[in-house]
Design a protein around this ligand. Structure first.
Ligand code: PBG
Length: 327
């Protein structure tokens, strides 16, 4: 009988050995916490389909931002839920609108101690729930939407966002936002482009989180789940338009896409572990079917391994707490 020439198990013998040879790891700075601020709330409001996640009041949002700083998180992403919606999403470009005020409040609270990011999209602000405005036939009007995004970018940056994150998948959105920011003297405000964002069933819980008004789907603007090569095209366009970072979203069902993007992108790559990914693991863990902490850690690690430099995850704060404990 001959002995195996190669024994990969040697490098797995002890925790110290495994730690030595780990190819990727997790650090708080790589994590971005997505948050929701809802107008006219007096108490934080739990989101049923996302156990542990809330719609914030101004006060609880500010506390979450302070905690994020203390934990050393990389970024703090904000979504706003207005009390009133209309056809053009005008609350999104109102400096007194819920998201823009929240950006200013958070910036006043934590300054430059964490990267303050704002979702730049109309879906929370329109009464039809689409990411853009509609034409006479009810179709999402790309170029009419761009003009609003340009204004939104300037308002968010002036409120204090370090980074704006266009998530509407309109063609040309990064270019108009970059131009608008530069023309307003905001050349230092960066753009995190949702470059490859897919139409996904896993956004379900998010729609509850933002009280979405959408009926129908976003398949005329978000990408088709069948397509891999097209993601590279989307990323190249956003890079040419001036994206500072590019994102793939969702994460777990799109790790192939993420790996492709990470292999070609000259700028940092983010991935968004979305609401449905969160909800599935929470639900299975609540049933005792999986070990919650191990599953959460493994899921985020897999996104890093596929190539994400930074990960948007609803577990960002909890995970950072575990990482601190572990040290
Ligand atoms: C749209 C937007 C969506 C998410 C972030 N921004 C959902 C959508 O396209 O309907 C989803 C985030 C999540 O599911 O966690 N502006």
């Amino acid at each position: 009988m001959s002995f195996p020439a190669h024994r990969p198990r040697r490098l797995r013998t002890t925790p110290a050995m495994r730690r030595l040879v780990a190819e990727v790891d997790l650090a708080p700075r790589q994590l971005i916490l997505p948050t929701f601020i809802r107008e006219d709330l007096t108490e934080p409001q739990p989101i049923t389909s996302m156990p542990g996640v809330v719609q914030h009041t101004t006060d609880s949002l500010k506390r979450a931002a302070v905690e994020a700083v203390e934990l050393g998180l990389g970024g703090f992403m904000m979504f706003g839920i207005p009390a009133h919606r209309d056809a053009t999403g005008s609350a999104g470009i109102d400096p007194e609108g819920v998201l823009n005020r929240a950006i200013a409040d958070v910036r006043a609270e934590v300054g430059d101690d964490i990267v303050i990011m704002s979702d730049l999209c109309l879906d929370e602000f329109t009464d039809h729930g689409h990411c853009g405005v509609l034409d006479e036939e009810g179709r999402v009007d790309n170029d009419a939407t761009l003009a609003i995004y340009a204004q939104m970018a300037v308002v968010q940056a002036e409120a204090g966002a370090h980074m704006v994150a266009p998530s509407g998948m309109m063609d040309g959105q990064v270019a108009v936002i970059r131009q608008a920011l530069d023309a307003a003297g905001l050349a230092d405000t960066s753009v995190l482009a949702y470059a490859a964002k897919y139409a996904s069933a896993f956004y379900g819980p998010f729609r509850e989180a933002v009280d979405s008004q959408l009926s129908g789907d976003r398949r005329t603007y978000q990408m088709d789940a069948s397509n891999r090569r097209e993601a590279i095209h989307e990323v190249e366009l956003d890079l040419a338009e001036g994206a500072d970072l590019v994102m793939v979203k969702p994460a777990m069902s799109y790790l192939d896409v993420l790996a492709d993007v990470a292999a070609m992108s000259p700028v940092p790559v983010s991935a968004y572990q979305i609401s449905g990914e969160y909800a599935m693991i929470e639900a299975a863990a609540a049933n005792g079917w999986i070990d919650r902490r191990a599953a959460v850690t493994e899921s985020v690690l897999s996104i890093r391994r596929a190539g994400a430099d930074t990960v948007l995850t609803y577990w960002a704060a909890e995970l950072a707490g575990w990482l601190k404990e572990g040290k």
